[in-house]
Write a protein that binds this ligand. Structure first.
Ligand code: ADP
Ligand code: MG
Length: 404
């Protein structure tokens, strides 16, 4: 997929409406993690350097089309100002202020933009407007009226057909920002002519949410290594004892169909051969190693075991391209984190010897950050749902409108 990039966009002296994903975690009115704000820096710095006047817009949380006081974007302003000005200072460039608009695209927004000069404007939470998620043409037009050009840099929402991701792009000269561009380039390496062997590592809580991705990736991959609770459903479908591990009873047929699909495409689909088990999900109590022969009725599988990790490591070691989504176990609990952290370390070592290593997904990204290896990997996606839909080969509405 080829996108129009900001290389081809005339921005000097223009007002640039830039869609960002500043859906940051807040606690007691404070931003607790500024990763998403930093992710927009390359595009912001480049556009500002080329003389653009930035009007940033983002959603935060799920206000569902009405004003929710706790979800106003005001707490983001000091963080954005710091992040931006530290970066500008590093390049010996003059500092800028950040002006917050009191509304999304109304009179308040127009006034704020008019008074901001060359400073950066941040609009109010897009999802306060019902027209945003409905992709209402009138609301898209109101957004478009605030600027001369549009830049989309919110990869985390490109799988949604909203006014600020799809609608507005058709109304102004528009292009993908550097973050969206980098995401698409990296994720394309997994699905467009990947350097082989291509190994997919899939885990996490449920098959149901990831069936479509699996279905698309099985024909493409050389190996698929399954872990997490998802593996239990496969094993239960094959008739193995799984104690009272999390199993999706209504997905047993779907799991068998995936195994069959793998056989048809000559793809090797690997399942765990051993596990770390506890007594209960919420309060695991013991932590013991099990394999098929000695799985007890009151066991619950909470991580892949040592044999499985070793086997997955050996498969990964031969890989030239790897995509990983979904933790191998309940890595939030230290005793059940070795499978997930083990995969993260293997991916990093693999990246060091030149393989393409890409991670996508909310908890998987948290895991590579926890393992301290994020910077060594080829790409850590900022879009959970979007990255999965992209590798599943779906046409994403927020990217379609940016196609060259
Ligand atoms: P991602 O956000 O990376 O796509 P998911 O949302 O699908 O991943 O799943 C992440 C969750 O799956 C983690 O919070 C983890 O605790 C849980 N999980 C992994 N393995 C198991 C298991 N064996 N039993 C129950 N939950 C599990
Ligand atoms: Mg998740």
């Amino acid at each position: 997929m080829k996108l129009r990039t900001i290389d081809g966009l005339d921005v000097a002296g223009k007002r640039v409406l830039m869609r960002v994903d500043f859906n940051v975690p807040l606690r007691e009115g404070r931003v607790t993690d500024d990763t998403r704000i930093r992710a927009a820096l390359p595009t912001m710095l480049e556009l500002l350097g080329r003389g653009a006047r930035l009007v940033l817009c983002s959603h935060l949380g799920r206000p569902k089309g009405q004003v929710v006081e706790e979800l106003r974007l005001d707490p983001l302003v000091p963080v954005l100002r710091d992040v931006l000005n530290s970066a500008l200072a590093l390049e010996h460039r003059a500092p800028l202020d950040v002006f917050k608009s009191p509304d999304v695209a109304g009179e308040g927004a127009r006034r704020t933009i008019a008074s901001a000069g060359n400073n950066v404007v941040l609009l109010e939470n897009l999802r306060f407007e019902p027209g945003e998620e409905a992709n209402d043409p009138q609301f898209a037009a109101a957004l478009a009226a605030l600027a001369d050009v549009f830049v989309s840099d919110a990869f985390g929402t490109v799988h949604r057909a909203h006014a600020s991701t799809a609608g507005v792009a058709g109304l102004l000269p528009s292009a993908a920002g550097r973050l969206v561009q980098a995401e698409v380039e990296a994720l394309s390496k997994v699905i467009d002519n990947p350097t082989r062997p291509l190994v997919i590592v899939m885990g996490g809580a449920k098959i149901s949410g990831k069936l479509e991705v699996l279905q698309s990736l099985i024909p493409l991959a050389d190996h698929i290594c399954i872990g997490g609770a998802m593996a239990n459903t496969f094993l239960a479908a094959q008739g193995h004892a799984t104690g009272h591990s999390l199993v999706e009873a209504d997905m047993l047929d779907a799991a068998l169909a995936m195994l069959e699909l793998a056989v048809q495409h000559d793809t090797q689909l690997h399942l765990p051969v051993d596990y770390r088990v506890g007594e209960r999900f919420e309060n695991p109590g013991r932590c013991e190693l099990r394999n098929f022969d000695n799985f007890l009725d009151d066991d619950v599988a909470l991580d892949i075991g040592e044999q499985t990790l070793k086997k997955y490591h050996e498969i990964l070691w031969e890989a030239r391209t790897v995509f990983w989504n979904g933790p191998m176990g309940v890595f939030e609990q230290e005793r059940f984190s070795s499978g997930t952290l083990g995969i993260a370390l293997t991916m990093a070592a693999l990246a060091d010897k030149g393989a393409v290593t890409v991670v996508g997904g909310g908890e998987s990204v948290a895991a590579v950050n926890r393992a301290g290896v994020a910077r060594r990997l080829t790409h850590v996606s900022t879009g959970g749902g979007a990255s999965l839909e992209f590798v599943a080969g779906d046409a994403l509405p927020g990217l379609k409108v940016l196609e060259a």
